[in-house]
Ligand binder design. Structure first.
Ligand SMILES: Cc1cc2nc3c(=O)[nH]c(=O)nc-3n(C[C@H](O)[C@H](O)[C@H](O)COP(=O)(O)O)c2cc1C
Length: 172
């Protein structure tokens, strides 16, 4: 089995359930999360839960597992309003995330050149700083670019599931 990415020599074993945490203002990140869920469920044995960040507590990360953060960027390079509490709670509580694997799909717009995709970058930096293992490069969708976000997400997710070891199927 090849390493997951150039950066990692370890491999990823897919868990039975993958959680997608969604930060959004106008719903695009949620559409992307739906698309990612569809690909994972069609092409692996994993189940997928989509969790909007609105009222989510950081204890969702207790116990570890594989988390995908799918978030846009607002304000001056901030995470969206619905993700703010979750993001700030992580910074305050600084839980040990060494049992967490994660990947970030970020949405932004390159017309905001100084803060392009900073919402995703903030989560990516935070998870890594708290000891979580990044399973692949952050994807940075550009609303001013030629690609539809859902198409970029499908390509991205297929890239990393292709390198992963399938989930263990429970014995009867
Ligand atoms: C008021 C406003 C501020 C924004 N600020 C940024 C920004 O600082 N950096 C960036 O990359 N994109 C920024 N964006 C672009 C959004 O992140 C982008 O359009 C994204 O696709 C929206 O996704 P959503 O519908 O999931 O919220 C901003 C958009 C708006 C409307």
């Amino acid at each position: 089995m090849p390493p997951l990415t150039d950066q990692h020599t370890e491999t990823l074993t897919l868990p039975q359930t993958i959680k997608i945490l969604v930060g959004t203002m106008t719903g695009t990140a949620e559409l992307v999360a739906d698309e990612i869920k569809g690909v994972i469920e069609a092409e692996t044995e994993c189940g997928v839960q989509i969790l909007p960040l609105d009222d989510l507590e950081i204890d969702v990360l207790d116990g570890g597992g594989l988390f995908i953060v799918c978030t846009s960027t607002y304000g001056q390079g901030d995470v969206p309003d619905n993700a703010m509490n979750f993001y700030e709670s992580l910074g305050k509580a600084r839980p040990d995330l060494s049992n967490v694997d994660f990947a970030v799909f970020g949405l932004g717009d390159s017309t905001y050149e100084d803060t392009f995709n900073f919402g995703g970058k903030k989560f990516d930096d935070m998870f890594a700083a708290l000891g979580a293992r990044r399973i692949c490069e952050r994807s940075k969708h550009d609303a001013s670019g030629p690609k539809i976000p859902e198409d970029q997400a499908v390509e991205w997710v297929r890239g990393w599931i292709a390198c992963a070891i399938p989930a263990k199927v429970e014995a009867d």
